[in-house]
Design a binder for this molecule. Structure first.
Ligand code: SF4
Ligand code: SF4
Length: 323
């Protein structure tokens, strides 16, 4: 990995927005993050069991975000752990993994998540370097929304032992509606991981949102099948959240249907997880109407070019439920 520093944040091009801003001088790109900050850390029982580090900030503005309070700092006022020296965080991670509870849980890696870890990539590399000074075989998981440059992805593939990769939609218009970003770089990176590093791919994850991205299950599954029939695809159960706080959760039968559709394309390792909705089907409002009603003005939903990029009603959105 070599010598890493935060210097590249002086002209940040870590993700496909390629903002070129000087984050160390307070200039803000789409992620609106200056220096890397740790939101929280915990031993986490979800597979792969880990010491999970949630980094603050995100380069997407997903209407359905489940971690909205940390993804949308500084617009959301939430208490963070903040700046932690990489050596301190690395030591803490190794200690927690070696603790009785860590061992009992089967936790065997540091799992970088968020928000999105990509705006914090150089910091993560520093933590990894320090952690592997202590235990050179330590495993690392990188959790990604796929919107990183090819160069950043190469860096991730260099240190990651496993990758959990979220794909939000296959169709560009739906991907933009959900995230504010185009889908092409995500699919390009998905292909790279699946073709060049399948052994590192823990799974692709697809949050199934009723009435929004169900139609993309078949084309996405066919796309993955054409790369490798053994690819692991896991559908996650959407629950009402953030800007989509009134949108109904997904039913079990829709998750089962998604698995069948994906298997029918030829994929061999398809599953679903999470908690399906137990409520009766309720009316679904078109997400274009929800987005407009909640203040997102751009019909293209292209956050990188939007005149409200730094004054974004989605990043400031205050859902009824607090956490
Ligand atoms: S959105 Fe991406 S390119 Fe822009 S400042 Fe943030 S990490 Fe850098
Ligand atoms: S208002 Fe603009 S910046 Fe905010 S979510 Fe909509 S398109 Fe993106």
């Amino acid at each position: 990995m070599g010598k890493v520093s935060l210097d590249e944040l002086k002209s940040c091009e870590l993700c496909e927005w390629r903002c070129g801003v000087n984050r160390l001088q307070g200039e803000l790109g789409v992620c609106m993050l200056e220096g890397p900050k740790v939101a929280s850390t915990m031993l986490h029982p979800a597979p792969p069991q880990s010491f999970t580090v949630f980094m603050a900030g995100c380069n997407f503005r997903c209407l359905n975000c489940q971690n909205w309070s940390i993804a949308h700092v500084p617009e959301q006022k939430v208490s963070l752990r903040g700046k932690i020296h990489p050596k301190v965080l690395a030591g803490e991670a190794v200690n927690k993994l070696n603790s009785k509870r860590g061992k009992y849980m089967g936790a065997d890696r540091i799992f970088f998540s968020g928000g999105s870890p990509t705006p914090s990539l150089p910091y993560i590399e520093m933590v990894v370097e320090e952690a592997r000074e202590i235990d050179k075989k330590l495993k690392i998981n990188y959790d990604t929304n796929g919107f990183l440059t090819e160069k950043s992805l190469d860096r991730v593939l260099d240190f990651a032992s496993s990758i959990t990769f979220d794909i939000k939609a296959f169709d560009d218009r739906i991907h933009r509606e959900l995230t504010g970003a185009p889908v092409q770089p995500v699919l390009r990176n998905a292909r790279t991981v699946a073709e060049k590093a399948l052994e590192k791919l823990w799974e692709f994850r697809y949050l199934l949102i009723p009435g929004v991205n169900e139609k993309d299950v078949e084309p996405l599954s066919s796309f993955l099948y054409e790369i490798d029939e053994e690819i692991q695809l896991n559908f996650l159960a959407f629950r009402s959240n953030f800007v989509l706080e009134d949108h109904p959760g997904v039913k079990r039968k829709a998750l089962d249907r998604a698995v069948t559709i994906a298997e029918n394309t030829g994929l061999k390792n398809v599953s679903w997880s999470g908690s399906p909705s137990l409520f009766e089907e309720s009316e679904k409002e078109d997400i274009r109407d929800i987005r407009k009603r909640k203040g997102c003005i751009d019909p293209q939903r292209d956050c990188g070019k939007c005149e409200r990029m730094l004054e974004c009603p989605v990043k400031k959105y205050d859902p009824g439920c607090k956490r």
